[in-house]
Design a protein around this ligand. Structure first.
Ligand code: NDP
Length: 385
């Protein structure tokens, strides 16, 4: 029987919800590319309930315990005295979410002698040192597509929020004010702007599709080019590299995974090549942008705004400069953890566990590392060097 160690974010400060704002979720059966939603044999939770926090337990407890497994759920994940570090020593499976990542460093992987499977309840397994997982023969899987549309919606919201100066205008209302000039002196229309995405995978392409009706000029760069009919349908301009693309853009959205090719990509040098007053939206991973270079670019006016929901480390410390820099629209890491997304990634996590325990293959699209190498989606989108 296995020990499953699950690291989830804390419950709401006022306690686990007794009621919800809405009674149901829309039924979606397929993702835009035709991939089916998770297909576990069963679920023991109510879609639309809070599943990603400690009390929610991803709805896994009765399934796992009825099969004789042990489930340990904690939010305490930092430092040598944390519950995570203590329980990791004999865990067979670790489940973690990017929103509250249990960093699986080479040192922790070395200590976790029984660890065979690391599941990301969400998308983005960069909190696992993939090279160390490969060396240790650990399988890494994530719930591909579960929150891609959730993030794409957040990106569109953040682009509009920055360009139209929504957050400061809202604050004027909350503060009892009415100075129109204060609100509009940084407010523009998105229409006609040059907007581009770094990566046009599931999220990046969904962002492009959602922005097309705003009558913007759309651009992208990616390691693989999109089919010609998609480029034509959306009027896309392809660029061979991020460096070549960004000087043309008014708005840049980052939708690439964090891996050695993308870490620190948006530093002083690249930011200095952007149009003065460009907007940068990063919901991919905090480390793709250089923390202090972003602050400098906002202070100098090189960037007119920066928004996103990804930080390093997470949770971000109280004095993280992205909390107080000018013209930002940051949120905590929430875009991929809407109640809608939680229902999908809880079901996807259950599907992965059912496959694992029954010895049947995990869906190829969920695999990041398997059999000592990058596999499935991981082989397509990640690198280890
Ligand atoms: P996909 O795998 O569908 O797409 C990733 C795309 O990035 C692929 O098209 C890949 O190219 C491309 N890519 C990889 N490296 C580069 C590079 N150096 N330059 C340009 N393009 C590159 O993933 P998703 O769209 O679903 O997710 C993307 C990322 O978004 C995740 O890895 C994760 O970090 C983040 N994310 C954030 C969430 C949040 O809550 N904020 C939630 C979910 C994801 P190709 O495959 O063509 O090689």
């Amino acid at each position: 029987m296995a020990k499953i160690l699950c690291v989830l974010y804390d419950d709401p400060v006022d306690g686990y919800p007794a009621t919800y704002a809405r009674d149901d979720l829309p039924v979606i059966s397929r993702y835009p590319d035709g991939q089916t939603l998770p297909t576990p044999a069963g679920i023991d939770f109510t879609p639309g309930h809070l599943l990603g926090s400690v009390t929610g337990e991803l709805g896994l407890r009765s399934y796992l315990e009825s099969a004789g497994h042990t489930l340990v759920v904690t939010s305490d994940k930092e430092g040598p005295d944390s519950v995570f570090e203590r329980e990791l020593v004999d865990a067979d499976v670790v489940i973690s979410q990017p929103f509250w990542p249990a960093y699986l460093t080479p040192e922790r992987i070395a200590k976790a002698r029984n660890l065979k499977l690391a599941v990301t309840a969400g998308i983005g397994s960069d909190h696992v040192d993939l090279a160390a997982a490969i060396d240790a023969g650990i399988t890494v899987a994530e719930v591909t597509y579960c929150n891609s549309i959730s993030v794409a919606e957040h990106v569109v919201m953040m682009i509009l929020g920055l360009v139209r100066n929504y957050i400061p205008s809202y604050q004027i209302v909350v503060d009892g004010g009415w100075n129109i000039a204060d609100a509009v002196s940084r407010s523009y229309d998105l229409e006609g702007m040059q907007v581009g995405t770094v990566a046009a995978g599931r999220i990046g392409l969904a962002v492009l599709r959602r922005l097309a009706p705003f009558d913007v000029r759309l651009h992208y760069t990616d390691r693989h080019r999109l089919p010609a009919d998609v480029e034509e349908e959306l009027g896309l301009t392809f660029h061979a590299s991020t460096q070549e693309m960004v000087p043309h853009l008014d708005v840049v959205t980052i939708n690439a995974p964090l891996h050695p090719e993308t870490e620190g990509l948006f530093g002083d040098k690249l930011l200095g090549t952007m149009k003065r007053g460009a907007y940068l939206i990063n919901t991919a991973r905090g480390k793709i942008a250089d923390r202090d270079a972003i602050v400098r670019a906002l202070e100098s006016g090189q960037l007119a705004g920066y928004a996103g929901d990804v930080w390093y480390p997470q949770p971000a410390p109280a004095d993280h400069p992205w909390r107080s820099m000018p013209h930002h629209g940051m949120t905590p890491h929430i875009s991929g953890s809407s109640l809608s997304a939680q229902a999908r990634y809880a079901a996807g996590t259950r599907e992965i566990l059912e496959s694992w325990f029954s010895g049947t293959p995990i869906r190829d699209e969920y695999l990041i590392v398997d059999g000592g190498k990058l596999a499935g989606t991981g082989a397509h989108s990640y690198s280890t060097r």
